[in-house]
Design a protein. Sequence first.
Length: 323
Amino acid sequence: MQRTEGRYNLNNMFVNGPPATTIEDDWLNSVQEEICTVVEESGLEVLDASNDTRNQLYEAITRIIGRVCALSSYYKNIKVANNAVNPNFQVDISFDELLVEDVYIDTPFSGTVDITVAGAGGLSEGVEANSTWYYIWFVCSADKVLQDLILDVSPTDPTLPAWYTKKKFVSCVYNDVAGNFQNFRQEDDYYGYISGTHFGLCPINALFSAYPAFATVGCQAEIPELVTKVNVLALFVGTANAANVNQYGYVYVKGYVNDAWTDVQVYCGNRGYSGNIAIRTHIHPESSWVETHNRSLQYSVNKANFGGTGTATVCIVGFEVPL
């Protein structure tokens, strides 16, 4: 790039005059080629007067930012949920903006993916499988003309429909043993189950005798591949005992990180039982986050001052989606 050297410039700046700075061909060609170089280096072709969109430089800069800075996780206002009419086999997805590899989708998108459909808008390949995680991908063409969703069993390398060359993982859904989608809702990178998914249900008294021993539970039906941050919640159901009017219990949860079970134990305490009431249910009001790298968790329950009999349940209520 160069500053103007045209006649009557003022310190290489244009002036209106009189006399006005002379506009020279060298300067105009420099400006043109500087801009065209950015466009071409982004992978776009420079347009001509018949098809000029007047926003190519913007598109080019967006592409280069995505490629050079690796901003593959840029998104705005992603919302995902089971379809209201067909929740067992359809998922609705919308977003305001999304960076798909080096393509910037800057206009709002809304669509539905259906596991009974083959190809774009449905299952990328094969036939529907039960007890399987399906990963939901937004797919598009490089020119953004084609935009759709697919379901694929791969969390990293989906099979793209013909004419679609760009992909971005946006969500996932578990197809249960009966061939029905689990109910969930996702906002940006938080994925929450509509009802808590139990990964452990056990008598408190039995576990209390073994405390602080930990039981290991595989959670492959509740934790998809690539997910490492899980949201858990403790639930106690028991028969009250008049001798212990202020009953409480504790649940400890561990995750598997760096080839070992974490030493830090997430604490979920429950308190508030009072009096000789036949049956009481209590959910700890705050959930806890656990990191785990093998889709499994360990937990242990200490009934502490929990009188009578009962059960403790640890629920996976959601997780962080690795967008």
